[in-house]
Design a protein around this ligand. Structure first.
Ligand SMILES: Cc1ncc(COP(=O)(O)O)c(C=O)c1O
Length: 397
């Protein structure tokens, strides 16, 4: 006996990658480089460990579910500054909840936003294609229909919300957008975000904007959905945004992020977390506040990614459809057949990447937009990245 919705959770990309590479050995004489995982490898900022140490007396306290007032204030200050919000747009007790990494919260968005039916029909969850896998977990476990919106060069690597039919929009309960997008690095413009929010309000669905890569950008800071809401008058209804310290502060092991937006949905998320959420320990809440208040380490982190994109420019320009992404830290390379390339790169060059097909699904037209691609995460130090990208270039040439 089990919850049969779980049977819909198949095809986790890293399980498929393991199966693909089963029996393929990396060459014994070179160091393997794992570029399949988006796990930042830069040193985490010293204030993290220092703040945790300074709060050593707090391990005996149960943490408040939504986060400490100090952390919520730090997040409020950061959001207001980062997105030029008018004072009062965010009320820290009503519009923010701290979460143990955004993965959990993106999943829980399904639990709080998807009704049993919408207008008598099965609810729909709109998912950019390719996508971060948790979005599908949320849709499947809430027994909604995932509708994959292929984000290709033709759509500017963002879902074309304008192409959706009215019947689908009426059934939509939740729509995920990721900006900067994982894996393509595209940044949604303010106009795109405003249009998406207006659509959500018109058809009464929740817009969930995953801004977990918001601080890893090349030229200009990506606009955010709260900024879009600010420009539409400042109301936050129908909107949830997700931010994380994992990429911003190179601290994926801290498990710290937050959700901000619609007060009613934030209250529901707090209720759900009261019953079944993992709270963040008080020393980690304190460290999170220190990190949101510090920008110096974020600038250093961003510069390190820029250095790596400079290296990629030199090594890969003109090949594999290479472009320098606007944000995030992935390369999305068109190699013709992503699965064949991933196998060859592991077997011949000791470089592990993930086939794009595993990060996407068949859309309603029976098209998987990831098939020709590989995703390459530039998470190691620049020296390792230069070596690995040369191996990729030489092996696939
Ligand atoms: C697009 C996207 N969203 C969310 C997450 C989750 O990040 P975390 O749970 O570490 O906050 C990731 C992690 O790789 C991601 O790539």
């Amino acid at each position: 006996m089990h919850n049969d919705a779980l049977d819909g959770l198949t095809d986790y990309p890293f399980d498929r990658l393991r199966a693909l590479l089963n029996g393929v050995d990396a060459p014994a004489d070179i160091d393997p480089v794992i570029m399949s995982l988006g796990e930042p490898q830069h040193a985490s900022p010293p204030i993290l460990a220092e703040t945790v140490a300074a709060h050593a007396g707090d391990w005996g306290r149960y943490p408040p579910v939504a986060g400490t007032p100090d952390l919520l204030a730090a997040i409020d200050e950061w959001l207001t500054r980062r997105y030029s919000l008018s004072g009062g747009t965010i009320q820290q007790d009503h519009n923010i909840v701290a979460v143990s990494g955004t993965r959990e919260a993106l999943y829980m968005a399904g639990d709080i936003c998807i009704p049993k039916d919408k207008g008598g029909a099965q609810p729909v969850v709109l998912i950019p294609n390719p996508f971060y896998q948790v979005y599908v977990g949320a849709a499947v476990m809430s027994r909604a229909e995932p509708v994959y919106l292929s984000a290709t060069p033709e759509t500017g690597f963002l879902p074309d919300l304008g192409a959706l039919d009215i019947e689908t929009l009426k059934r939509t309960a939740l729509a995920y957008i990721c900006s900067p997008a994982n894996p393509q690095g595209t940044i949604a413009s303010l106009d795109y975000l405003k249009t998406a929010l207006e659509l959500a309000r018109k058809y009464d669905f929740v817009l969930a904007v995953d801004e977990c890569y918001a601080e890893i950008y090349d030229a200009a800071p990506p606009p955010g959905a709260l900024e879009a809401a600010g420009q539409l008058g400042g109301a936050l209804d129908h909107l949830l945004v997700f931010h994380s310290l994992s990429k911003r502060s190179s601290a994926p092991g801290l498990r710290s992020g937050f959700v901000a937006g619609d007060a009613d949905l934030i209250a529901k998320l707090k209720t759900l977390r009261n019953y079944g959420g993992a709270t963040m320990p008080v020393p980690l809440l304190a460290a999170s506040a220190a990190l949101w208040r510090d920008e110096a380490h974020v600038r250093t982190n961003r510069d390190l990614y820029r250095q790596k994109f400079d290296i990629a420019d030199k090594l890969l320009s003109g090949q594999f459809g290479y472009y320098r992404p606007e944000g995030g830290f992935y390369l999305w390379l068109d190699v013709g057949d992503g699965e064949a390339a991933a196998k060859k790169l592991w077997g011949q060059a000791g470089v592990k990447v993930i086939p794009g097909a595993y990060l996407a699904r068949l859309d309603r037209d029976g098209f998987n937009p990831g098939i020709p691609y590989i995703r390459v995460a530039l998470v190691q130090e620049p020296g390792t990245i230069g070596d690995a990208l040369s191996r990729i270039r030489d092996t696939l040439a």
